[in-house]
Design a binder for this molecule. Sequence first.
Ligand code: B12
Ligand code: SF4
Length: 496
Amino acid sequence: MKVTLIYLDQLSAMHPTGVLYLATYLHEKGFSVDIIGIDPKNKNAKAEFISEIEKSKPDMVGISLVTRNADRIGRITEVIKQMFPKCFIVCGGPHPTVLPELTLKQNPLLDCVAIGEGEIIMLELSQRIKDKRGISDVKGIAFQKQGKVYFTEPQPYIQNLDILPFPNRALLRIDITPVLRSPYLPLPPPQLDLMAVRGCPYKCSFCYSTASKIFGSKIRSRTPENVIAELKLLKKNYNIKGAQIGADTFTATRKWALRFCDLLIQEKLNIRWYVNARIDNVDEDILKMMKKAGCEVITLAIESGSDRIRNDVLNKKVSREQISRAFELANKVGILTQANIMVGSPTETIEDLEDSIKLIDLLEPDFLNSSYSSILPGTTLWEKYSDKLHFNSWSELDIEVPKQILHTIQVERLAEARAYLETNYARYGKHSLKKFLTKSVFRNIMLYRWLCYLKVRPQNILGDIYLFSKVALRSKAKSYEEYLTTRKDIATHSVF
Ligand code: B12
Ligand code: SF4
């Protein structure tokens, strides 16, 4: 019995954690598993896919799907069914989880869709297919029969996440060096990411309820011991020096975070790490402990400098005071900060946008991640505003293509605001040189990173310098106002 899992994206920047979890779990349960990555940007993708699937000879295929790739599965299922008419095809991941019925209706060749956490669903489906039994009693799926969609009972979440084996990257059967040395994270290479926690109790309108439909609104953590064991294994297998500890909100369960840091200090693994945390649940003690345990960078999601947009529209529920305090404390303990900011949220005005820029200029984060404020299916924003969006295909709902935002502000103006912020605060931003000269933590992490590169890939140091000269030296303006005066073609008023 052969199961083939398909993931759509470039595999060179980060690994598909969900697919790796599914593949490893099935492999451990005795199934033969293949992973095929399809890079939609590759011109030869179709030919390469045909050759891969030919070699794979699957009895069952599982496709992992985010919304921006949802138009592609029609063609993928056609190829599979033409080559292997008896092959059972299931699709899971964020898109079918939030739009199960529509995914089935738009893709009649799918045998079923999986809703939410996938390990148990995949195992039960594989066992049924292997034993040639029906699937209608498998919990957590939806399927079509004579044009009608049927839902089974929800699949209960796995309560003890420690039962899951660590994602086995060898199953990817590709060279993982580019990921180990990716310039993506501000950490020393080799670096990898792992997922420590599942579930989120918050209700940010641009995300809720997608994340909670996948993993529930209750936080389920692996034990700190189990996460440390995975870090040790990654250290042994890949000699990692940097790690991203994935958790929707690392500090949300304070006791867990403290225990994790404590163990990491005892183990002396010498791994520098990076996490996301919510502004409203960091304090000095926990940040100090994190720093002591090797945390170098923390992402704090501000999303908007306008209180109205941040709290009333995006439902982030964090105050300006909490934001300032969180950045102040991180600076104090010596953890580098990365700010997440979104532009183009529904009802955003020029004044709101300028509030965001002013706040960022005030906080001076060490790194910055900017994006358009996406309205994606399954979210509260989607329920409220999707009828006002103008898009022709799912592929247009990509956070880098501003079709999934309401254009209350000219898109050029939004792009300029992002460019200004990125020019100043992204890793190779204008402020990097100042930070390199004045901030020892920033300097140390860059020097350490270059030291590691010297051993594994010296040409990357030149790459860093090139990026810095390209980004940071591009803008000469001292303030946003001055920056805008250099761009007279940009309208300075809201569209309505
Ligand atoms: C980390 C992350 C990333 C990382 C890495 C992703 C990775 N390692 O796989 C990066 C930065 C690369 C990324 C990129 C993007 N991301 Co992202 N990302 C996340 C985040 C925070 C966690 C994902 C993760 O690793 N989860 C851990 C694993 C274990 O879970 P999982 O992948 O969901 O898989 C489980 C289930 O979904 C299910 N499952 C998944 N696939 C399948 C397939 C089958 C057959 C079955 C049965 C089950 C199944 O079973 C898995 C195990 O339980 C989520 C938010 C969240 N909390 O889920 C957003 C999220 C998945 N991302 C999102 C988006 C929009 C994107 C981008 C499109 C953004 C962009 N334009 O660049 C790209 C798309 C990349 C891609 N092709 O998948 C959205 C998706 C929304 C949607 N409707 O599509 C999410 C849900 C955030 C949000 N709330 O809006 N992302
Ligand atoms: S954005 Fe983060 S905190 Fe907000 S609902 Fe999504 S996962 Fe939870």
